[in-house]
Design a protein around this ligand. Structure first.
Ligand SMILES: Nc1ncnc2c1ncn2[C@@H]1O[C@H](COP(=O)(O)OP(=O)(O)OP(=O)(O)O)[C@@H](O)[C@H]1O
Ligand SMILES: [Mg+2]
Length: 265
């Protein structure tokens, strides 16, 4: 059974101290294989914590996480990383700035295989060149360029390739375009859409931009106070507007959602 399933996932930080914080209050979420879900919610809603729970960055208070039918609740983070690709706001995170684009891609490509990463053969090189060419950023001729020399947008696009090159069971994107200028962010979002659909990836994408949350993917969830309080898909989502979503949030949570806080970081 493909997809991701969270059952009653609860996480409390600094339990028993005055700073005790229930960051996830028992999240149930079922993600079908091939679903592309956008995740909204104001600051501190628990979005990144949800990703960290899936990535195994800490032990849960309780709950269960299944990936493609396998219970990964007790798997270590480095084991899960073989099947889960992720991308963050900071374009440098997850890449080796002093290695070339080719070496970075090779590292990501061979991570799952047992063969040595240094064995980049001509076929791999050609494969990387083809993939880079699809990005349409002129990177196919710069395989020997150090990653750290690329612009933020180029690096984020190359990171997207790295995160998906080993065909992960799940792709997690945590505001991966938030640090880019609007035009570059648009371009990386378009690439995201293309790569996710071409590879049929199961993907969760956190964003603060309600417009792109509704435009991308096939389902949108909104988190608040460590819970998923809205879950919109299908026809309801097709006709959903930003103001409609804000209205639903108000109904469900009994609070106003500050639109500016959602849109601006
Ligand atoms: N390692 C940690 N230790 C203590 N508290 C934490 C830790 N990580 C997150 N929290 C707390 O858990 C809550 C949820 O944080 P989280 O980072 O998941 O929010 P978010 O929805 O990603 O917000 P943002 O949009 O600002 O990134 C916050 O109150 C935060 O302070
Ligand atoms: Mg976050």
């Amino acid at each position: 059974m493909k997809g991701l399933k969270l059952i009653g996932v609860k996480k409390t930080f600094e339990r028993g101290t005055p700073n005790e914080k229930v960051a996830l209050g028992g999240v149930d979420l079922e993600v079908a294989g091939g679903d592309f879900i956008t995740v909204l919610g104001s600051n501190g809603a628990g979005k990144s914590t949800l990703f960290n729970a899936i990535l195994g960055k800490f032990r849960l208070d309780r709950g269960q996480i299944l990936l493609d039918g396998e219970d990964i609740t007790r798997q270590r983070d480095y084991q899960r990383a073989l099947n889960i690709g992720c991308l963050y706001q900071d374009p440098l995170r997850g890449t080796a700035p002093n290695m070339t684009i080719e070496e970075n891609l090779a590292l990501a490509y061979t991570r799952k295989a047992s063969r040595s990463f240094f064995a980049v053969n001509r076929r791999d090189s050609a494969h990387f060149r083809d993939l880079l060419k699809e990005l349409d950023l002129g990177l196919e001729d710069r395989l020997k360029t150090r990653m750290g020399l690329l612009s933020g947008g180029q690096r984020q696009a190359a990171s997207l390739l790295m995160a998906t090159i080993a065909e992960p069971k799940l792709l997690l994107l945590d505001e991966h375009t938030a640090a880019l200028d609007p035009a570059t962010a648009e371009k990386v979002l378009a690439l995201t859409k293309e790569i996710v659909s071409k590879r049929g990836l199961t993907c969760l994408m956190i964003t603060h931009n309600m417009q792109s949350a509704l435009a991308l993917g096939n389902r949108t969830i909104v988190m608040d106070g460590g819970r998923v309080i809205l879950d919109v898909s299908g026809r309801e989502r097709e006709s959903m507007t930003v103001s409609g979503l804000l209205e639903l949030f108000r109904e469900r949570s009994g609070r106003e959602l500050d639109n500016d806080r959602m849109l601006l970081r």
